[in-house]
Design a protein around this ligand. Sequence first.
Ligand SMILES: *[C@@H]1O[C@H](CO)[C@@H](O)[C@H](O)[C@H]1NC(C)=O
Ligand SMILES: *[C@@H]1O[C@H](CO)[C@@H](O)[C@H](O)[C@H]1NC(C)=O
Ligand SMILES: *[C@@H]1O[C@H](CO)[C@@H](O)[C@H](O)[C@H]1NC(C)=O
Ligand SMILES: *[C@@H]1O[C@H](CO)[C@@H](O)[C@H](O)[C@H]1NC(C)=O
Ligand SMILES: *[C@@H]1O[C@H](CO)[C@@H](O)[C@H](O)[C@H]1NC(C)=O
Ligand SMILES: *[C@@H]1O[C@H](CO)[C@@H](O)[C@H](O)[C@H]1NC(C)=O
Ligand SMILES: *[C@@H]1O[C@H](CO)[C@@H](O)[C@H](O)[C@H]1NC(C)=O
Ligand SMILES: *[C@@H]1O[C@H](CO)[C@@H](O)[C@H](O)[C@H]1NC(C)=O
Ligand SMILES: *[C@@H]1O[C@H](CO)[C@@H](O)[C@H](O)[C@H]1NC(C)=O
Ligand SMILES: *[C@@H]1O[C@H](CO)[C@@H](O)[C@H](O)[C@H]1NC(C)=O
Length: 767
Amino acid sequence: MRRSRGHGGGGGGGRCGGRLPASAAALLCCLVALAGGAAAQKAPVPATYKTLSGNAPLVIAQGGFSGIFPDSSKVSYAFAVIASAPDTSSWCNVQLTKDGVGICLRDINMQNCTDVSQAYPARQKRYVVDGVLKTGWFPMDFTMSELRMTQAIYSRTPNFDNLYPILSVTDLPSIVNSSPLWLNVQHDIFYRQHGLNMRNYILSIRKGVSVDYISSPELGFLQSIAGRLGRKTKLVFCFLDKTSTDPSTNQTYGSLLSNLTFVKTIASGIMIPKTYIWPVTSDNYLLPHTSIVTDAHNAGLEVYAADFANDRVIPYNYSYDPLEEYLSFISSDGFSVDGVLSDYPITASEAIGCFVNLNSSKVHNENPLVISHNGASGDYPDCTDLAYHNAIIDGANVIDCPVQVTSDGVLVCMSSVNLLDTTNAGQTSFSSRASIVSEIQPTPGIFTFNLTWDDFNSGTLKPKISSPLSLYLYKRNPRYTNLGKFMKLSDFLEIGKDKDLSGVMIIIENAAFLAKSLGIDIVDSVTTALNDAGYNNRTTNEVMIQSKDSAVLVKLKQQKTKCKLVYTLPSDIGDASPSSLVDIKKFASAVVVDKSSVFALSGDFVIKTNNLVKDLQSAGLDVYAQVFRNEFVSQPWDYFSDETVEINNFVQLVNVSGFITDFPKTVARYKKNSCTRLGNDMPNYMQYIQVGSLAQLAQPPAIAPMPTLNASSVEEPPLPPVASKNTSGGAPPPGTTPTPGTGSSDAHSATVSTGRLLAMVFAALLI
Ligand SMILES: *[C@@H]1O[C@H](CO)[C@@H](O)[C@H](O)[C@H]1NC(C)=O
Ligand SMILES: *[C@@H]1O[C@H](CO)[C@@H](O)[C@H](O)[C@H]1NC(C)=O
Ligand SMILES: *[C@@H]1O[C@H](CO)[C@@H](O)[C@H](O)[C@H]1NC(C)=O
Ligand SMILES: *[C@@H]1O[C@H](CO)[C@@H](O)[C@H](O)[C@H]1NC(C)=O
Ligand SMILES: *[C@@H]1O[C@H](CO)[C@@H](O)[C@H](O)[C@H]1NC(C)=O
Ligand SMILES: *[C@@H]1O[C@H](CO)[C@@H](O)[C@H](O)[C@H]1NC(C)=O
Ligand SMILES: *[C@@H]1O[C@H](CO)[C@@H](O)[C@H](O)[C@H]1NC(C)=O
Ligand SMILES: *[C@@H]1O[C@H](CO)[C@@H](O)[C@H](O)[C@H]1NC(C)=O
Ligand SMILES: *[C@@H]1O[C@H](CO)[C@@H](O)[C@H](O)[C@H]1NC(C)=O
Ligand SMILES: *[C@@H]1O[C@H](CO)[C@@H](O)[C@H](O)[C@H]1NC(C)=O
């Protein structure tokens, strides 16, 4: 054992009694105590489902909670039961050892799901399995005692590998307690060819193991066992790829699919790949659904859908949100499957228990606010008409515009001042306008202030969808890569008058540079644009102005703006000093913090909750966190590749007032779930994940505490005077003091020489 697994902050056995948090901490302490019974929580009672029975669809945990723990390990099965809907079924893919013991393993080739290749390097073999030659290590070549070693490598994170032994089927009942057991027999004929008999094995364990479901892709196997088991055991026929052949009937799965009445003579249900129900195009978009679920229901067969995992590239229609995918199988267009086979049973449980019946009453302007990040940029190019219109349709409360300026002084909404980031400029004739502007960035860019608004609309320049996770080769909605229109601030403000919005957020960057180098007073320009659009006397839409430059907010405050001022904190801080809070309060009523400042991470595990949010909230500041994204690679392990789990933690643990998100649809839907208002009846799978509990098992490296925000980082020199546009270095307006160059507006630190000046500005604000 290479690490110790102490009980750490688990808090002893006491908390296992009543309300179990869906957390690994619960797991830590309950692993021992579990046999007593994982508190059978009350399932929420949504409407009738369109399943064959009318009951809620079954969640089937494939090898337990194999999305985070090694498939088919004790920890995986135990956690699935704790963190999922009551009656979640534990799926074991049965293999047989040389001495006829049934074990649970994902694959008949043990090479990648156990460490057998290290333990017995010389015992590699080659076999033809269902017509395919396979090289590796196979269960029937080893006795059970030879296999009593650790298992499970190539799980998602290596931190849990090689810790847990291979389980026999008869080990399962004591681990999963009274939850239903599902045995899958993938290869009956192959084992028979090697002198082992699955049917006899299953019948031999009947007394000690109550089996609720038996499935197989070999119809002949199900036929051989039908009638030998009690009526309680359901037989389910698994369809594989339509062109491959069931070796027990010599018919292709495609042809068996058109003979469901025959299947029904043997089985009570079928399990089919997701794509049988929702076919997918070659470019990964959904086609209209087939009629298979209805057909099978008409034939009296239950339908189970397979292949669900949160960390796959699912069709783009789901916006990288696995929960949305489940919903299309359980509540859409008048059909529901009878169960789903998943590596992440928590997400299936949320979908079935909390999201089938969304609260239709207006939960709109209640906390937390859903604030778009460059519009619905997860699905459409940043800051385009498409991104904004869809953000509103998706349920954003606030849409955002980061303001940039063109060379002819037009204010536009662009997520970056550098067009190389947000448009196709690099591939157009505008690439000749690239230059280095050291106040902005050290590398060459094509900047908004080097093009006219006519250039933007010449037809050459096109917006480009963002790809913040391109490192992982994750593309967003490729069919929309370059679609949508660029937006002037004035266009944006017109859209922002939509009655469904509670407000707009305008983000001001590079104010000092714009004043000094381009002669533009961006603060006054924005104020003028707001007045021109009639926002000065609108009461229905709140205007927020966000900046990481305190000087911008200070100036607005001095002008007695009616806008809500929102200060963006620097990245990766753990706390705020009292004096910095006093400073921030002078000019802002809300702050934006990065997610990484809220919970400290190590090795992509959450290790602690920083004090930052609590301190900001105690100072009376609203806290908005950014940037929430559906792509699982943007989330720590603790959230199980499920954005809804992440949102739960930010709502239930730190109670942020707003979510700044690329996917407003996901956060807006969260607010309508039917579970988080249930108080003590809130199911486990919608509760927060105990901070640091998974890290206790995973043991990521220790990290240094995160820095504290100090007053010196908040205080900035006032904005420089606006240079005259046609004389470089024009004289500043009378009455203002020239200040030393401030350089990049990114600077969050003030120099000593400007200290006294700052004190004066801040003192002025107190009056
Ligand atoms: C095991 O994993 C390796 C590396 O990912 C891969 O190349 C190989 O095909 C896998 N073998 C099996 C039997 O899945
Ligand atoms: C299927 O084909 C194999 C090989 O051709 C044969 O041995 C077997 O008996 C056939 N099974 C059935 C059910 O026809
Ligand atoms: C269905 O399968 C059975 C058994 O193989 C066969 O006798 C019957 O002809 C099939 N029916 C159709 C419509 O293919
Ligand atoms: C999936 O998205 C594509 C592209 O937006 C659209 O054409 C298609 O109709 C969508 N599929 C479904 C089933 O809604
Ligand atoms: C639905 O939302 C309304 C308004 O926020 C709330 O009062 C009500 O309790 C919610 N209903 C359910 C079932 O959650
Ligand atoms: C872009 O504008 C900046 C600021 O006016 C200027 O310094 C730079 O030379 C311009 N670049 C090009 C290519 O015009
Ligand atoms: C709003 O303000 C504009 C001038 O900024 C004025 O013309 C208009 O009458 C005002 N409307 C209302 C309803 O007060
Ligand atoms: C969460 O914060 C809001 C204000 O943003 C407050 O009204 C609410 O009571 C808080 N909820 C909890 C549970 O602290
Ligand atoms: C804030 O001040 C403390 C103590 O004066 C110092 O240790 C810390 O590094 C400072 N934080 C920042 C972000 O400068
Ligand atoms: C240049 O500045 C002078 C005064 O400083 C002004 O009269 C003139 O209109 C300006 N020209 C342009 C093109 O802005």
